[in-house]
Design a protein around this ligand. Sequence first.
Ligand code: SF4
Length: 490
Amino acid sequence: MKLFFSGHGETYAVEQTLLTLFPSQRPEYPDDAPGGDCELELRFSEGVHFATASALLRFDGKTHRALTRSKRLPDEADEVSKTRQRRRLLQRAFYRAAVDALGVEPPWGMLSGVRPVKLPVRGVLQGQSLSQAERALEKTYRVSPSRTALAMDCARAALAVQQSLQEDEIALYLGIPFCPTRCAYCSFISAAGNTNQLIPAYLQALHEEVRTAGAATRKAGLFVRSVYLGGGTPTTLDAEQLSDLLSALRAEFPLRDGVEFTVEAGRPDTITREKLDAMKKHGVTRVSVNPQSLSDEVLSAIGRAHTVSDFYAAWEEVRTAQFPCVNMDLIAGLPADTFSGFCETVDRVLSLAPENITVHTLARKRGSRLHAEGGAIPDEACVFAMLDYAWDALRSAGYLPYYLYRQKYMSGGFENIGWCKPGFANEYNICMMEELCSILSLGAGAVSKQIDYAAGSLTRQTNPKYPQEYIRDCSRILTEKQAFVNRLRR
Ligand code: SF4
């Protein structure tokens, strides 16, 4: 879409709204002045009494206009407030013109961020009641009733965790960026292959980071409340490598008693009895086994190297090992899937009664094979019906939504939702998504976050993305990580 701005330079905010309302469009900025060629003109001006934003949108041969206005802030108001007002007015004007053009409001209304639950959580922590926070979602941000209810359920789960968090507690993440094969929808920096030559050198560097970060955490008087071993697929490691890593984590880090400890064993074809025994021995409490779909045709279309019967075999092993909590991921909108096929997957997964079920919506991420090659996927209406079916089935089976997030390029602008049986919400997912406590992240691509919730501040420390760079820059990373943990000390 060709864009023209006047009186402002709010590129990022406008582009976020554009991606939400018109996911297939990409922004362009022609050099010429506005005219017939320009599809969206967004203007901002301040008069004596009012700040005004106007949108003119040419879409499908018609012109749509919208104007928003609010009382001008005094000259002495701070820049943050002025910027916030300008963005809000511009996004609202664009939104109104777009809804007029499309004839329908998106499920998340004007919200374009990945963390819609943050809004009610922050609102309540700043003194709003739950019903005021709920009204703000519906009235101010025009979120649909179904998404408002969903966000409020997740906000309640997040507020419960927030109240139980101690000041000296952090969450810990470790990344293993290796998978047996690459899924068609994956944009993750994962190197495929069990025999990947990088794994030994990668683990050596990771063990060093574990030792350094563990010692610094101890010295800082901090405790780890939840651990998440993700990736990639951590169970791409062999049983001995996995056992050594879990043992090092336990030895080096001060873990709270009863620490929540998740391992993503996402790919059923990587799960063995020996690996599960190692996880049990080292106190893993939650394991993810992700079918994504229970159709062999769909699994083949998305490049998974396992079948439905491999999934059931892995599930049997995991259940026999008796982990307190098992999660299963599903994806709505996969290539070759149908409404009835997806519903059957949901029903079959529910019949296994895992403690957590995470329902994702397919996103055509940049960098994925699906994005590069295209190909048929279920349309928005079909994905909507799939999600609708899953919600009803999950609620009827007693599951509750406890965290959610959105992604760019997601079918229909929908969301990914974590569902749990009562009492089985995964705290790591909540803390990470709502940014409730500081997160210490180790490994390639890891992003550590120092979060001061009361002050509203967030500082990041980022490790290199690629395993090769991570291995090469290991000593620099250790220095940075130590400095990061020292800053967490209160
Ligand atoms: S298992 Fe996950 S990280 Fe690995 S290729 Fe598939 S989507 Fe990517």
